[in-house]
Write a protein that binds this ligand. Structure first.
Ligand SMILES: CC(C)(COP(=O)(O)OP(=O)(O)OC[C@H]1O[C@@H](n2cnc3c(N)ncnc32)[C@H](O)[C@@H]1OP(=O)(O)O)[C@@H](O)C(=O)NCCC(=O)NCCS
Length: 164
């Protein structure tokens, strides 16, 4: 699997994965705007041969970073690809000076929460009925300090495990 920066040419395939991954999808112009006008946004796609099988994005604003989205095509889940995309986002945040990384996740999305916990995220707040499609609560999770030796060691161990 290869990971590379998302470009406009990838959006059609990204939208296809988006539709299979989320009950409420981003419109394609949201991706266009992120890529074209948001200087704080960093998006990546994962591909196997020529097929785009996943993507993820984050914003990095000084020391604060935010995972905005992450998804893998259903038939490719459970094979470590989502983890590699998340690792890319964490690396990107660290490279750009991020120390604190946050995200929101549906309360019922246990597999995503497990992935985030593996990478040191903990729940710090609950946003009641955050998702308008089904009024589901959002867990607000944070990981940090990404710059600390402790976190770097954790990341190194997880990276080694993933490569192995
Ligand atoms: C969340 C998502 C990106 C994970 O991608 P993935 O490629 O399936 O995950 P991986 O195979 O890399 O798994 C990495 C870790 O995630 C967790 N995980 C993944 N699938 C899981 C499952 N079915 N049950 C429990 N934990 C799971 C585990 O911690 C796993 O690590 P482990 O293998 O050491 O147990 C994927 O499930 C997805 O696209 N879901 C739909 C979109 C979505 O919910 N995005 C998150 C929005 S907040």
């Amino acid at each position: 699997m290869q990971i590379e920066p998302m470009t406009m040419a990838h959006i059609k395939d990204v939208m296809r994965i988006e539709a299979q991954s989320f009950p409420t999808t981003w419109p394609s112009d949201a991706f266009f705007n992120e890529l074209q006008t948001n200087k704080l946004a960093h998006y990546f796609i994962a591909k196997i041969d020529d097929e785009i099988i996943g993507y993820g994005g984050c914003w990095v604003i000084m020391e604060d970073a935010h995972v905005t989205t992450i998804a893998v095509l259903p038939e490719y889940r459970g094979k470590g690809y989502g983890e590699r995309i998340l690792l890319t986002l964490i690396d990107e945040a660290i490279t750009r000076g991020g120390a604190w990384l946050t995200l929101e996740v549906r309360e019922g999305n246990i597999s995503a929460q497990q992935l985030y916990r593996k990478y040191g995220f903990t729940t710090v707040a609950v946003r009641k009925q955050y998702y308008s499609d089904n009024n589901e609560n959002a867990l607000v999770m944070w990981a940090g300090n990404l710059k600390s030796e402790l976190y770097r060691n954790r990341l190194q161990a997880l990276r080694a495990q993933l490569v192995a």
